[in-house]
Design a protein around this ligand. Sequence first.
Ligand code: ZN
Length: 88
Amino acid sequence: MAVGWSRDGAVQEQIEATVESAIQLARSRLPDGEGLYHCEECEVAIPEARRKALPGVRYCVRCQAELEKEQKTINLYNRRGSKDSQLK
Ligand SMILES: [Zn+2]
């Protein structure tokens, strides 16, 4: 992996911009009605009870857990970003 092709600050900004647009994309794609019958990620059938409990659900339990792990990573980025702006 090549290091030094860009300044650190530029890389960090790029990462934050990517995360930000990913969140916006995810939000804009949130369904506001019925969920899916099959997981969008692995296509396993989503139990009816789960679909009723979580309107608009799109993933099975396993994929949802994976996504939540990723969201925790995104939150870490956000926390670091807001901490920097508070220090100004
Ligand atoms: Zn799945």
